[in-house]
Design a protein around this ligand. Structure first.
Ligand SMILES: NC(=O)c1ccc[n+]([C@@H]2O[C@H](COP(=O)([O-])OP(=O)(O)OC[C@H]3O[C@@H](n4cnc5c(N)ncnc54)[C@H](OP(=O)(O)O)[C@@H]3O)[C@@H](O)[C@H]2O)c1
Length: 294
């Protein structure tokens, strides 16, 4: 039995799907019994728990052989990860697969979103639990949240002109499923990227091709980006984190392409072109986050 935290999210949904495709029994953590997706079959046992509630996590982790630890982006994430790892340690000796991010080991360019991952990594290393860390680059799915602006012909980010090897979150999920269900990954940090590093100019051009219009990338300053995010209602903690993250991208530190997806899955990583093809019917005017492609 594999406990999946974040089971209803961008990574978690395709992860549950991928684990079922591998025949694994899944205990899927949900905050609310009604949020269990209709696609979950009898091999998925929803368990109602909250990452802020240690008691519910102890019950969720009871008897599992492996834990997929994913925390949402937010200021509570480090505390939440600690609670999950404490529950895992109490539950026995399950294998833990930590869903982190690139930069989990590099502390030179601070990005607050990564702090929880670094803290969880530190705790894991001292825990005696068998662990593997997945360190994915930014998700292509993030661009779905920018569709309203892309449809008006603009991609404005404080990411400079460096290339980024964005990864499809479905590949991250399928790598996680492979690591959770096979041996030989203990103590490994797998950096998970797409098959190519693209500048945001090129990303804008490819979105334009699907949207049927020119889309231009404009590199904004951190101050412009922060003001725009705050103006659109993004909380200050998250706005500052997004500016930090794109500042990291601007240094070129997120441009390396790794072989993790082909090595673990035996096929190429999904490209931006594939991502756009898979979402093509929905991009011009459809819903911003198509559930079936998450
Ligand atoms: N986006 C990127 O580019 C990127 C890149 C690398 C790494 N990451 C990392 O990936 C993680 C985010 O993954 P994601 O995009 O799949 O997240 P997501 O789509 O935002 O989903 C978050 C999941 O966490 C659940 N959740 C939120 N608060 C909870 C709570 N208090 N108790 C229990 N469950 C709770 C949500 O459940 P509900 O459905 O109930 O809300 C949902 O299943 C972060 O750690 C981030 O640093 C992201």
């Amino acid at each position: 039995m594999i406990l999946v935290t974040g089971a209803t999210g961008t990574v978690g949904r395709p992860l549950v799907r991928a684990l079922r495709a591998r025949g694994a029994a899944v205990r899927a953590l949900v905050r609310d019994a009604d949020s269990a997706p209709a696609e979950w079959d009898d091999g998925v046992e929803p368990v109602v728990a909250d990452l802020n509630d240690a008691g519910s996590l102890a019950a969720a982790a009871d008897g599992v052989a492996a834990v997929h630890l994913l925390t949402p982006v937010g200021p509570d994430a480090a505390r939440q990860a600690r609670k999950v790892l404490d529950a895992a340690a109490e539950a026995g000796r399950p294998k833990v697969v930590l869903q982190a991010a690139i930069g989990v080991r590099r502390r030179t360019t601070p990005v607050r979103f990564f702090d929880a991952h670094t803290a969880a990594f530190d705790q894991l290393e001292g825990s005696g639990l068998p662990w593997t860390v997945l360190a994915p680059n930014g998700f292509l799915q993030n661009f779905l949240g920018l569709l309203p602006a892309l449809r008006t012909g603009t991609l404005a980010l404080p990411a400079g002109d460096a290339a980024v090897s964005y990864v499809d979150a479905r590949d991250v999920a399928e790598v996680a499923a492979a690591v959770l269900t096979t041996d030989g990954h203990e103590g490994a940090v797998h950096e998970v990227t797409g098959p190519e590093a693209l500048t945001h100019h090129e990303i804008a051009r490819q979105f334009g091709g699907v949207l049927g219009r020119d889309v231009a990338y404009r590199a904004t300053t951190p101050e412009q980006a922060r003001a725009a995010l705050l103006g659109s209602g993004v909380p200050a903690w998250q706005a500052d984190g997004l500016v930090e993250l794109h500042g990291l991208y601007a240094t070129g530190a997120a441009s390396a392409v790794t072989d993790t997806v082909p090595r673990l899955l035996g096929r190429p990583a999904r490209s931006l072109a594939t991502f756009l093809t898979d979402h093509a019917a929905l991009l011009p005017s459809g819903p911003d986050t198509p559930q079936e492609n998450r």
